[in-house]
Design a protein around this ligand. Structure first.
Ligand SMILES: [Zn+2]
Length: 174
């Protein structure tokens, strides 16, 4: 397994609409393994393939708490159906927008349909935190990052802040 480089804003690749996976071959399976490894190393709780520069409709998620066993979930060609009318807001962050955390409102529940690693169609009803993470990651497959849900003013400020936080990190390391 390889830890891959995570791309960050304003990299235009993040605006790519990812393509469905046609065949679940060794390349796809090793990409999923790498994505899981990369997510844990970051550390993060979710990652979309485009965040490592691969425009394929694949997500990995692990929302297990630190004191729980790891529980990596992978979703191939996920689709969200039946979002609830009830909304909930969580403070979100993103490995592609480091240094920025903002409250984002999304449906509190949704169902995700996807293929598992064996190519078998699965469907799961998600609530609360998992629903938020799934919707956040799904956005990436459609070229959307979470700060795109903010007003233009707040979004521009968030992206500037993220870029600045990385520059000052670099300077501190020099
Ligand atoms: Zn993200």
């Amino acid at each position: 397994m390889t830890i891959r480089e995570i791309i960050t804003v304003p990299n235009p690749l993040l605006k790519t609409i990812s393509e469905p996976v046609k065949v679940i071959d060794d390349e796809v399976l090793s990409l999923i393994d790498d994505m899981i490894e990369t997510m844990y190393a970051a550390p993060g709780i979710g990652l979309a393939a485009i965040q490592v520069g691969v425009p394929k409709r694949i997500l990995v998620i692990d929302i297990a708490r630190e004191d729980e066993a790891r529980n990596p979930l992978s979703f191939i060609n996920p689709e969200i159906i039946d979002p609830s009318e009830i909304l909930n807001s969580f403070e979100e962050g993103c490995l592609s927008v480091p240094g920025v955390f903002e409250e984002i409102e999304r449906p509190d529940e949704c169902t995700v349909k996807y293929l598992d690693k064996d190519g078998v169609e699965q469907s799961v009803r998600c609530k609360g935190m998992l629903a938020t993470v799934i919707q956040h990651e799904m956005d990436h497959l459609n070229g959307v990052v979470f700060v795109d849900h903010l007003s233009k003013l707040k979004r521009d400020r968030a992206i500037k802040k993220s870029i600045k936080s990385r520059t000052s990190e670099k300077n501190n390391n020099e």
